[in-house]
Write a protein that binds this ligand. Structure first.
Ligand code: ZN
Length: 305
């Protein structure tokens, strides 16, 4: 994992290989303060991130931390931040963090080895936004923006730095990692590719996977859009044929996407597409049970390293 300064005072924490629970995060350092963008899944990974950041910023205080969405790989480290740090996120993200019991319950055998979070304290944002909010770290302007609809989750927020033209996308964007839309909307996630393309960014920090340069962005967005369309096409045909999401996943040729880590997410994404088509809420346990069956056992997970 590396902390790279993608623009003056702007840091990306990149954790390879971006698979299950292994996220990217970031920070903006200016005027003697730090604005953090996401934490990590485990205590040990969050401590490593905060340690590297303290070294790079002469231990400047983290005044504000932003959560791009509620998923634990981006938020479980919240409780390890100083008590004085103000946490900000979309209002849906706050509700979703408060409703999430993953930190405090025994996990079913979905991942192997079972993630060791290192603590069990939930900490939710206390300042929320609905559409957008602008922050400053010294003179560095940070625009938090919600796409206006559900996508990866209901409360996705990007952090856009217009002066440096750096965009932190959270999990609206995965790079060479299979996207996951289990708790969002396939149609909304597809729409968000167009929304992201409107930012004139030169460096893009995705939620998972390597940093993206300006020249690569169009193809990364297009590849992810192609993946979402494959999910939509597959779900439409298989639903019409009376097949289940698990059967549909077995029928689906992933083609160019087969080499991306976490390819078994096809099952979870198809469950989402089926639920969207039926206007139903999703049954998370049955979606994960199907995905584990499809995978031939629990998903390999290296977050404890
Ligand atoms: Zn996520």
């Amino acid at each position: 994992m590396t902390l790279s300064e993608v623009a003056h005072g702007v840091y990306a924490w990149i954790q390879p290989d971006g698979s299950w629970w292994i996220n990217n995060a970031g920070a903006v350092h200016g005027g003697g303060d730090v604005v953090l963008i996401d934490t990590c899944a485990t205590a040990s990974r969050t401590h490593r991130f905060l340690g590297a950041l303290a070294d790079a910023t002469d231990a400047a205080p983290i005044r504000v931390a932003v959560n791009t969405h509620f998923h634990g790989d981006h938020t479980f480290g919240n409780a390890l931040l100083p008590a004085s740090t103000v946490l900000i996120a979309h209002e849906q993200t706050r509700s979703e963090i408060l409703a999430d019991t993953m930190l405090t319950t025994t996990l079913p055998p979905i991942w192997s080895p079972v993630p060791d979070w290192g603590h069990s304290l939930t900490r939710a944002p206390t300042v929320v936004l609905r559409a957008d909010l602008t922050l400053f770290a010294g003179n560095h302007r940070i625009d938090l923006r919600h796409p206006g609809h559900e996508a990866h989750t209901h409360g996705d927020v990007v952090a856009w730095l217009p002066q440096q033209r750096v965009l932190f996308t959270g999990d609206l964007l995965f790079h060479h990692v299979t996207p996951l839309v289990l708790q969002g909307s396939i149609a909304g996630a597809l729409r968000s590719m167009d929304w992201l393309s409107q930012f004139p960014a030169v460096r893009i920090v995705p939620g998972h996977g390597p940093i993206i340069d300006e020249a690569e962005l169009a193809e990364v967005l297009d590849a992810q859009a192609r993946y979402y369309r494959l999910i939509q096409r597959t779900a439409r045909a298989e639903l019409a044929a009376g097949r289940t999401p698990l059967q549909a996943a077995g029928d689906c040729d992933l083609g160019e996407f087969a080499a991306w880590p976490d390819s078994q997410r096809i099952v979870l994404n198809l469950h989402r597409a089926y639920a969207d088509a039926a206007g139903d809420t999703i049954d998370l346990l049955s979606a994960f049970t199907d995905a584990v069956t499809f995978n031939g056992g629990p998903f390999e997970c290296s977050v404890n390293h």
